[in-house]
Write a protein that binds this ligand. Sequence first.
Ligand code: TYD
Ligand code: MG
Length: 476
Amino acid sequence: MAKIQQTFVCQSCGAVYNRWRGRCEACNGWNTIQEEVASAGPQSGPAATRPSRARGRVFPLEGLTGEAKEAPRTASGINELDRVTGGGFVRGSVILLGGDPGIGKSTLLMQASAAMAKSGERVAYISGEEAVGQVRLRAERLGLAKYPVELAAQTNVEDIVETLSQGHPPALTIIDSIQTMWTETVESAPGTVTQVRSSAQALIRFAKTTGTAVILVGHVTKDGQIAGPRVVEHMVDAVASFEGDQGHHFRILRAVKNRFGPTDEIGVFEMTDAGLAEVPNPSALFLAGRDHAAPGTAVFAGMEGTRPLLVEIQALVAPSSLGMPRRAVVGWDPNRLSMVLAVLEAHGGIRLGGHDVYLNVAGGLRISEPAADLAVAAALVSSLSGAALPSDSVFFGELGLSGAVRPVSQAPARLKEALKLGFGKAVTPQGRGEAGDRALPTDALRHIADLVAGIASGAPRRGGGRPKAVRYEEEM
Ligand code: TYD
Ligand code: MG
């Protein structure tokens, strides 16, 4: 007989304890540990069901050369989505889609379902959160109600698998969301780590045996992790996150893990009254509404995957009344900002110790490239000095701790995008990166001091910055 065993499982990271405690030692979360009843204990799993054999079976080993087939894919027809998946959903693969509540996950998946149903594929949309009527209402609002998506509001995994196994299996199955699913094989409540893990396992098995592509919607916790056990992230073939700022209309779909495609591509959407609209040229969108004359803004020529993306970096440097000046960052790595500030102090001759520093990436975008260092430094120096940067310049380059401006990858693509959007000059690292024949004129810098000197002396001041020359010189 199976032994009933009590375990205490952290609901945020999945660590298991045999006693309750207030704080999880694995992830440092407070009050995240809950009691769960696991019926068979360590005896469960394949080992318990398979008769034990003294010896294993012999199987043939193969070489690296041989036939390798490209994974069969079904394109959704939404280009920005297909770009992130690597050209469409791979048959039998499982994608976990995470994102804040209300960001538009259900909207995106309804649009993808309808697009695939329109092209004649069988698509099932299983909602565990909303009633059928609510989902229908959304489809109607999106103008998609006429497409043959098969809809159900169900949460029992066994029922779902049984129903969808009838007849020809769907090309795409949406599970919205994995936290609402439960399986009869375990006794814990829906949403607990054990249930989420077991339900995900059953649905993954369903995908692998029938060849349907499954998308699991996953909730996100306060600190941005996909809620429930991290193990689900390891079990699935791809993890994507849908990001954006509630205050902005842009939404970005980013692949975090992808066994069948790239992980650095992003899909850009705009939330409109009629659902999510694709944004094929994001640079133009992110630069819209730019205040050309304001000191403290610099345009960064970035890359997201294979696609160049120009964004505005905004900095505000203001004298601080606090003993510990504030450093606040939106859309960039705070540690990276500390590093740039330290390099500016040590090698650019700028004192920022008595100033509050605020940094913002316009449009709600999040940048992770070190190539943004130079643009951030330029925005900071511009804000401190009150001298606006030339509005037709773009910046890119990584900063070393020695103050050196270091080359970055894909410079030609960055320059080409800037040229396309009408920029007249690029401030870049020295060396590689001439964009061929019709390149943008570049100002190639060797050291951070060159940047500071350039902004202090030559920068044409257009607009309302502080009139006096350069403030940081007075404070040195
Ligand atoms: P939803 O897809 O329900 O979010 P999630 O599934 O990630 O929780 O999207 C909800 C938000 O999207 C809601 O605040 C309203 C907005 N929205 C629009 O702006 N336009 C639309 O056409 C739709 C359907 C939703
Ligand atoms: Mg939803």
